[in-house]
Design a protein. Structure first.
Length: 510
């Protein structure tokens, strides 16, 4: 006797459940990438609030992300060279001497031909590296990378520009406007599928003239948020897709030796969208900063495994694209012979091997006691609060009921302690309605006791100030006593004003 229909359907559903694997919902932290089994208001691993996002954990996600990328590249190499995959990608532990001899072949960097971009990268792209570039919409990320792709192609580097947001024709129109659509080594691809991107990259870049006498290829993906893996049940841009696609592209770069450059979107807070794990996966993280309504742009490295994170690249947006601002004298209002302005002080700021003359501005206005505003643009808010407290405690300024607004001119972010004295004098000058004399620059770090501490590389700062027409330099007295060599002929006309504490520095306000 056959079982009733309801019982049969129940048994059939049970058998289907045993065959089809169940999906499980987890919560991933966008700050540190940690995975939790349930939602919590605060991530227990990194302590970030409201950073857990839901995502579906599927059995397909457990597949080795290296397999597809490495197999695609190895198959293309096999067709060209007739070699085995094991010969192309060595596996297992090897002596460091053997690794060093193999790495010496591709030790040379790939210069992009854009000096400011190469400065931030540490001399150019490292073969087989993964670079992540982020920035606000419309800031010029695609323009910079398309100009770099054109320069690389003209130098003989085969470059594949993958656009997941525009068609190849639209990219070609922009490339023609920028004057970079002139080299047959620049390839365009409009695609969003990760499998097709890696397949086309293997077909296009596997026969590029790399090796000891050539230049390894470069692939640019603009942007990674629109790329998806068809094996995952998630929409493009989700945490699952971002993590998996970025991991596969990084493995592809390591396995093939192709330099992969990824463009990432940013959130309203200015951070790269997606889990923080993306920044840990790649070798370098660059931020494209600046105001889209102003001409100047700044490229800053916040992570670089092959170089320093202190260097910045300066650009100016013009009709023909981004132009290098090598001199950087236009980033601030450097009116050495102009009129004195209360609340404006110029400071020589060091960023890596470059010295920039940055004007720091401050404005004080009537506020409410207990609810005074403290706003800063391009400056450290914590440093600003400390300097306001030092002014109140050691200089007798009453600022508890004053709104204070500070900014650095030109969009340059100033984080160096050597700019403390300049910021303090800008606030004091705005509050007292007094200004420094024209042609005066300020250097010095301020301590909690009101003392002015010495700073490093005083000679380089004085050289730059003298070159741009400044005649007087307010410096810490300890730096002069330490025997700073300021007797060069080019600095003979510079007048040094040593100060021990903030009271002596405020006396210089006219």
């Amino acid at each position: 006797m056959s079982p009733p229909g309801g019982v049969a359907r129940g048994r059939e559903q049970m058998s289907l459940r045993s065959i089809v694997p169940k999906t499980r919902q987890v919560f991933a932290c966008r700050s540190c990438g940690a995975v939790q089994t349930k939602w919590m208001g605060k991530c227990p691993d990194c302590g970030a609030w409201d950073s857990l996002d839901a995502e579906r954990l599927e059995p397909k996600a457990r597949v080795d992300p290296r397999a597809a990328s490495m197999a695609t590249w190895d198959d293309a190499k096999d067709e060209l060279e007739g070699a085995d995959a094991t010969d192309l990608v060595p596996t297992g532990a090897r002596p460091i001497t053997e690794v060093a001899s193999a790495a010496s072949i591709n030790r040379a960097r790939i210069a992009t031909g854009i000096g400011e971009f190469d400065r931030v990268l540490g001399g150019g792209f490292v073969p087989g590296s993964a670079v992540l570039l982020g920035g606000d919409p419309g800031i010029g990320k695609s323009t910079l990378l398309l100009q770099a792709a054109g320069a690389l192609a003209r130098a003989g580097t085969r470059t594949l520009y993958v656009s997941s947001e525009e068609s190849a024709e639209q990219v070609c129109i922009r490339a023609s406007r920028l004057g970079v659509a002139t080299s047959p080594e620049l390839f365009l691809l409009s695609e969003t599928s990760l499998a097709r991107i890696t397949e086309q990259a293997a077909r296009t870049l596997s026969d590029s003239p790399g090796g000891p006498g050539g230049r390894p290829p470069v692939m640019i993906i603009d942007s990674v948020q629109m790329v998806y893996n068809a094996g995952l049940d998630a929409f493009p841009g989700s945490l699952t897709q971002l993590r998996r696609c970025c991991a596969e592209l990084v493995y592809f770069a390591k396995a093939s030796g192709v330099t992969v450059v990824l463009v990432g979107h940013v959130t309203k807070d200015g951070q790269l969208a997606g889990p923080r794990m993306l920044e840990h996966l790649v070798d370098a993280v660059l931020y494209f900063e600046g105001d889209r309504y102003h001409a100047h742009r700044v490229v800053r490295a916040v992570k670089n495994r092959f170089g320093t994170t202190l260097e910045i690249g300066l650009f100016e947006m013009r009709e023909g694209g981004l132009q290098e601002a090598t001199d950087a004298s236009g980033l601030a209002v450097l009116s050495g012979a102009g009129e004195a302005r209360p609340g404006a002080v110029v400071c020589p700021v060091l960023t890596g091997s470059r010295c920039l003359m940055v004007e720091i501005q401050a404005l004080t206005a009537t506020g409410f006691l207990g609810a005074a505003k403290r706003k800063s643009s391009g400056l450290d808010a914590n440093r600003l609060a400390m300097l306001i407290a030092v002014l109140e405690q050691h200089a007798g300024h009453r600022l508890a009921d004053r709104d204070i607004f500070t900014s650095s001119v030109g969009g340059v972010r100033v984080v160096e302690p050597a700019a403390d004295l300049a910021l303090l004098l800008a606030i004091a000058g705005a509050n007292l309605r007094r200004a420094l004399a024209p042609g005066v620059a300020v250097i010095g770090e301020v301590g909690l006791g009101g003392e002015v501490r010495p700073v490093g590389q005083l000679v380089a700062r004085a050289h730059e100030a003298h070159r741009l027409g400044f005649t007087t330099l307010i410096v810490p007295s300890a730096s002069v006593k330490a025997g700073a060599k300021l007797d060069e002929p080019s600095l003979a006309k510079m007048r040094l004003v040593p100060v021990k504490n903030i009271s002596m520095a405020i006396e210089q306000l006219g």
